[in-house]
Design a protein around this ligand. Structure first.
Ligand code: NAP
Length: 312
């Protein structure tokens, strides 16, 4: 056990895929003296008690946060401000307050102003997930060998940032730090736009005339199937992502549409060389992802579970 960091009392607010995965990993790694958790859904709280997701399931966000050393909001991006408001008066001096939202600038704006000056607010985004939701969908290995991006405000205390970094490293993640706006731009192209394209293509196939629904399903292994998995992602979470990362997504969407127009023109003109060059370039990008170990059997979605890292 030597070398294992302990983080005192850890509080998790929101027990869906991400919150319940953190809970399972914290328990598996014995990272907290006490793990307290809550959710605004009574059904989720009842289920969390049933499967003993934490040492204690609190009935309110305020109760969960009281006396905690680290509080992590694991709720949709649009709910982060409300959580900060609920817990603000109950936080102990020196506590670290964080989140896991897929958008960072909006979360920073919504939470920072609500929190007292005597806590350390350090937003975070574990870049790991599946298309599942709810307390039963989480697993302790979700973050292993995935990146967690911290976006500390300029005046964040370095030792608090370091503490949160070691928390995520203990969950198996690699940790990187960057500005919130840069995070939102990077994630717009690597995550938000791909989800938007998947949501679009699955909707388009659903409305097609001339190709039956049963044909779409039967021949889905031709590529469509991979999009359906992404397009099954949680509607609340993704609504909030697009509402809160509007500028970066629109900027990337503009560039994407220009590139799509170039490929459309190449197809219309029968320009095989342009198509071949483009596909060769993208194949090299895929190989680059494999080379740095960020591939999983079926993207990040439904990847097989690997073990948590050793504890020393
Ligand atoms: P999820 O499975 O839908 O769970 C979210 C939970 O938070 C739900 O049980 C929800 O309850 C609860 N909640 C909502 N508002 C609340 C509030 N004000 N107070 C307390 N609990 C509240 O979502 P998730 O997939 O874990 O995502 C959570 C966060 O992680 C999001 O910000 C998302 O952007 C981020 N994230 C997700 C992924 C992913 O792949 N899923 C990956 C990285 C980061 P109700 O259902 O009753 O509202």
């Amino acid at each position: 056990m030597t070398g294992t960091p302990t983080f005192g009392r850890v509080a998790l607010i929101g027990l869906g895929l991400i919150g319940s995965s953190i809970a399972r990993a914290v328990k598996a790694q014995h990272l907290a003296d006490e793990l307290v958790a809550t959710d605004n859904s009574p059904a989720v709280r009842a289920r969390a008690r049933e499967i003993a997701l934490a040492d204690r399931i609190a009935d309110t966000n305020a109760d969960a946060a009281t006396g905690a050393d680290i509080v992590i909001a694991c709720v949709p991006v649009g709910a982060c401000g409300a959580v900060a408001k609920d817990i603000a008066a109950h936080l102990k001096p020196g506590a670290i307050v964080s989140d896991v939202g897929s958008v960072k600038h909006a979360v920073l704006k919504d939470m920072a102003g609500q929190l007292p000056a005597h806590v350390h607010f350090i937003p975070a985004h574990p870049v790991a997930g599946t298309e599942q939701s709810g307390p039963d969908s989480g697993f302790a290995e979700l973050f292993v060998n995935r990146w967690c991006i911290l976006t500390p405000p300029d005046d964040a205390a370095p030792d608090a940032v370091e503490r949160l970094r070691s928390f995520w490293r203990a969950l198996g993640a690699n940790v990187e730090t960057m500005g919130a706006e840069h995070h939102d731009l990077v994630l717009a192209i690597t995550s938000h736009l791909p989800h938007l394209i998947a949501y679009t293509i699955v909707g388009t196939a659903d409305e097609l005339e001339g190709v039956t629904e049963s044909e779409v399903l039967k021949f889905s292994a031709g590529g469509f199937r991979d999009f359906t998995r992404i397009a099954a992602s949680d509607p609340t979470m993704w609504r909030d992502v697009f509402l809160n990362n509007k500028d970066a997504v629109l900027e990337m969407l503009g560039t994407f549409q220009e590139d799509l127009s170039k490929l459309t023109r190449a197809i219309r003109r029968g320009d095989g060389e342009a198509l071949f060059d483009h596909f060769s370039r993208t194949r090299a990008i895929r190989r680059g992802i494999l080379d740095i170990g960020q591939d999983a059997a079926s993207a990040d979605f439904g990847r097989p579970h690997s073990g948590l890292p050793g504890k020393s």
